[in-house]
Design a protein around this ligand. Structure first.
Ligand code: TYD
Length: 149
């Protein structure tokens, strides 16, 4: 397992879609779909047009984001490389590892962002400042490379 995660460790997770004449149903079951124990669920909604959410990183937290309704962009940044993922399907999750700076924007009207998290809310688990985030990554690997255990 990498000690220092990169944006390449963030990936889309396909969930199932049970469709019939009554509509669709998607389920998420423990470690079958999400590679961590879910200890917290929160959701972001009623986002005013043009607003941006997140704009932070986490030290140890894993998360899966799902566009339960509507769409939004998730910008991932590991201090070296950046990638933007459009989430617009309620049967698709984006796994975000620790040590990734993320910004969420371009929310469509009525968008709902569901987040599954590996730990309870803890303000001390955040990097709220981008420079502090970059410094922390360097401290994990002063050479700026990727350390693999
Ligand atoms: P914040 O993390 O700043 O939102 P964003 O994901 O857009 O960066 O959280 C906004 C507020 O909600 C802040 O006061 C902390 C609080 N909060 C909780 O109490 N529990 C939670 O699980 C989360 C994610 C936030």
């Amino acid at each position: 397992m990498p000690l220092l995660y990169t944006i390449n460790d963030c990936r889309l997770i396909q969930l199932d879609k049970n469709s019939d004449s009554r509509g669709n149903l998607t389920h998420i079951e423990g470690k079958e779909h999400v590679p961590f124990d879910i200890r917290r669920v929160y959701y972001i909604y009623d986002v005013p047009a043009g607003s941006q959410r997140a704009g932070h990183g986490h030290k140890n937290l894993f998360q899966v984001l799902i566009a339960l309704a509507g769409s939004f962009d998730v910008h991932l940044d590991d201090g070296k490389n950046k990638r933007t993922v459009l989430l617009n399907r309620p049967y698709e999750g984006l796994l975000i590892t620790p040590q990734i700076w993320r910004v969420i924007d371009n929310f469509s009207s009525g968008a709902v962002c569901l987040a599954l998290a590996s730990d309870r809310y803890d303000e001390s688990s955040y990097y709220r400042d981008y420079d502090q985030f970059l410094e922390a990554r360097k401290a994990i690997d002063p050479a700026g490379g990727i350390l693999i255990k």
